[in-house]
Design a protein around this ligand. Sequence first.
Ligand SMILES: Nc1ncnc2c1ncn2[C@@H]1O[C@H](COP(=O)(O)OP(=O)(O)O)[C@@H](O)[C@H]1O
Ligand SMILES: [Mg+2]
Ligand SMILES: [Zn+2]
Length: 319
Amino acid sequence: MSKCSSSGCGSKGGSCGSADANATIAQQNMAINASLGRIKNKILVMSGKGGVGKSTVSVNLAIGLAKKGHKVGLMDVDLHGPDIVRMLGMDGPLNGKHSKEGKMPPLQYNDNLRVISLESMMENRDDPVIWRGPLKNQAIRQFIADVDWGDLDYLIIDAPPGTGDEPMTVANTIKDANALVVTTPQSIALADVRKSLNFCKIVKMRIIGVVENMSGFICPHCDKPVDIFKTGGGEKLANEFSVPFLGRIPVDPKVVIAGDDGTPYLSSGAKGLAVEAFEAFLAKVMKEQPVKAAAIPMAGLNSSCGCGSGPCNPDTCDC
Ligand SMILES: Nc1ncnc2c1ncn2[C@@H]1O[C@H](COP(=O)(O)OP(=O)(O)O)[C@@H](O)[C@H]1O
Ligand SMILES: [Mg+2]
Ligand SMILES: [Zn+2]
């Protein structure tokens, strides 16, 4: 991806003159608004902790919504640890035809699911991404502005753990993004997840709800649930923050195998309690975030801010 897309910029390092830079930002803001205006619901999957199943939840949520006939995009903003394309078993590079507006085609998982991840743009997938805030911010803005997402019912955004640059950029760029918070039942994870919920409050991001992943264990011998950790912490946390509880998903060894093999669980044809749990979670998300209710005509319009139904003016609005 280029550092500066201004046509008049001769700067090699990407630090162009301020007039050019402002014009570039204004142009990019317009492209971002145009892309977001065609996406009805934006869901940021986040957690204070790593390894709790954010990417697993993102992938299975995206596949589940696509299976129900919705047009879905999956955007991997875990720039240092992008896992999405591997979990989906998609290892080809991005090489489709650009749109007539010059936008990059996302990877197409199936007719209803489009995917973008930094991993599919890298020459060597095992190379580390050594980027700081501004570059990460720019990459995420380009994922929105320069990708040909088309009309979507849902955009699922898979975040890295914590409340750093990536969720902050999403909060600043996608004003009508909603958070879906993933936790595991142990108190240590719950303590970190509380920070994510408070982050949402501070940046005024609506919280769809909390899901408790790795909640109990499905024994591979008898397919019955076993409570190896405590359960119920996620529901308590949701109650404490007065947000919906979206359900419990048990640990099922088949989920790990599905993720490692690149055959996501909900598309693997597997049956059992974990599939039922994912389906119940999906139904709850669709109830809390139905397609029609959340549709807005243009991105940047935030009915909860002081600007009413017009575009939000950051100079005068306290949102
Ligand atoms: N419900 C589950 N049952 C079994 N394994 C799971 C479950 N959820 C996630 N995992 C596994 O746990 C590991 C971490 O999950 P991942 O989705 O990558 O977490 P995160 O994105 O939060 O870092 C992966 O190997 C994944 O397959
Ligand atoms: Mg992840
Ligand atoms: Zn058993």
